[in-house]
Design a protein around this ligand. Structure first.
Ligand code: FAD
Length: 394
């Protein structure tokens, strides 16, 4: 096994799962890696690899699911995210917007009937969607601060909802067919969710420019101005913020896998570099102080991988707790920040150019550190579980 998987966590995968992941790895190596530096610099996404990536059939691969009659295992899903992030965090985020965020919105929020209709299309990407929760004025306190409104209007041919408000940071929105929009019902004050066609009248998307992290990933500022959605397109199992919190649990675990994959990519790039570069007539990798940094990076990566593997095993047993995914997201992100900084450091000046990969991982890590719950918010979720006191409430 490879150096980045020090304790051979991959041995938990079946040979079929390894084969599918090998397909992904080859694709990323040949098709994605050569593009990422330039696209990152331009702040554009390499859409030419989007369809070939979808065509790899990775979300619920037919060969791992007995022709899609049972779900692929969580450990496979985790390693798929790890592989994507090990190549590039924007590509991992782009794929996870559909395979993690949007799919979880449907899995948790849709009624059985809605799931029967939508889920197959989510899995084969014929219905592309994004998760539109964050607002310009509410990020961490979205539960209390969500201000987008939904007003129900009775009609002879079924009721219609009218949505008004703004959403911010929505990843992948420009290529989505529908936006899963969370809004507060003006009648009962509870949060509801709707599938809004991206091209519906009243929907406006604006690209967020000048990002210094995840530059390839396209994030949108969205305005909803009197947008009409039918009751049939409301997610019928979302009746309060508690249902949204249930969605966030699964997504935070995915991000913990992303934070782990980023560490693998940065560590491997740094290791390659210090084996080649010479100073004082010797390889950088032969210096004690450099070796100490390599050891710390590997320690962080191995701790993160062990953590996400164990979390995934718990979830496979049906154990889903807010504090568990919060702990994984918080801890892997903290370790990631140190790992990418050490990787950048041992590459020296070249570590701030896009030619050595570490600069891209280093910059992108900052977005991953903040999305899906910041460090502080995840710490407070853990603190609430430990003490019984919620530090969120006044
Ligand atoms: P704020 O909530 O304003 O927080 C600012 C700082 O204050 C943070 O350090 C925070 O931890 C701290 N803070 C806040 N409250 C407390 C407190 N009570 N105690 C201590 N410290 C506190 N959202 C979506 O809905 N869909 C997406 O697809 C999506 N994609 C994203 C992609 C990127 C690249 C980024 C950067 C964000 C994305 N987000 C998305 C939004 C993301 O989830 C939010 O950025 C995140 O929840 C933090 O909110 P905020 O940025 O408004 O920060």
């Amino acid at each position: 096994y490879e150096v980045a998987d020090w304790y051979d966590a991959e041995s938990l995968l079946t040979s079929d799962e390894r084969q599918v992941l090998g397909r992904l790895r080859d694709f990323l190596e040949e098709k994605a890696k050569p593009l990422v530096g330039d696209y990152w610099e331009r702040g554009e996404f390499p859409y030419e690899i989007a369809q070939p990536l979808i065509d790899l059939d990775l979300m619920e691969p037919a060969e791992l699911t007995e022709g899609r009659t049972k779900p692929a295992r969580g450990i496979y899903q985790g390693f798929r995210i790890f592989e994507l992030a090990r190549t590039d965090a924007s590509i991992a985020t782009f794929y996870t917007a559909q395979a993690g965020l949007f799919r979880t919105a449907i899995r948790v929020g849709a009624s059985e009937e809605q799931k029967r209709e939508w889920m197959p299309k989510v899995i084969d990407f014929s219905l592309k969607g994004v998760f539109s929760l964050t607002e310009p004025e509410s990020g961490s306190d979205i539960a209390g601060g969500l201000a987008t409104t939904a007003r129900r209007e009775p009609g002879e041919n079924g009721d219609t909802w009218i949505l008004d408000g703004e959403k911010r940071w929505i990843g992948g929105a420009f290529t989505a067919d529908v936006l899963a929009v969370f809004a507060r019902d003006v009648a009962d004050g509870q949060v509801k969710a709707f599938l809004v066609p991206r091209e519906a009248p009243g929907v406006t998307l604006t690209k967020i420019h000048r990002k210094t992290a995840l530059r390839m990933m396209q994030n949108a500022h969205i305005t909803l101005d009197g947008v009409r959605v039918t009751e049939a397109d409301r997610l019928h199992n979302v009746n309060s913020f508690k249902d949204v919190a249930a969605m966030l649990r699964g997504m935070r675990s995915d991000v913990a896998w992303i934070a782990t994959g980023i560490q693998a990519g940065a560590f491997e790039a740094a290791l390659r570099y210090v084996r080649e570069r010479e100073q004082f007539g010797r390889q950088l990798g032969s210096f004690q102080l450099v070796q100490e940094k390599l050891a710390r990076m590997l320690g962080n990566l191995t701790s993160s991988l062990s953590l996400v593997v164990r979390l995934t095993e718990q979830q496979e047993k049906g154990i889903y707790r807010d504090q568990d995914s919060a702990l994984a997201k918080m801890q892997t992100s903290l370790l990631m920040r140190e790992t990418v900084a050490l990787a950048r450091e041992v590459v020296g000046g070249n570590g701030i150019t896009l030619d050595t990969d570490v600069a891209r991982f280093h910059a992108d890590a900052e977005a991953v550190y903040s999305y899906e719950g910041t460090h502080e918010i995840n710490a407070l979720i853990i603190g609430r579980a430990l003490t019984g006191h919620s530090a969120f409430t006044k």
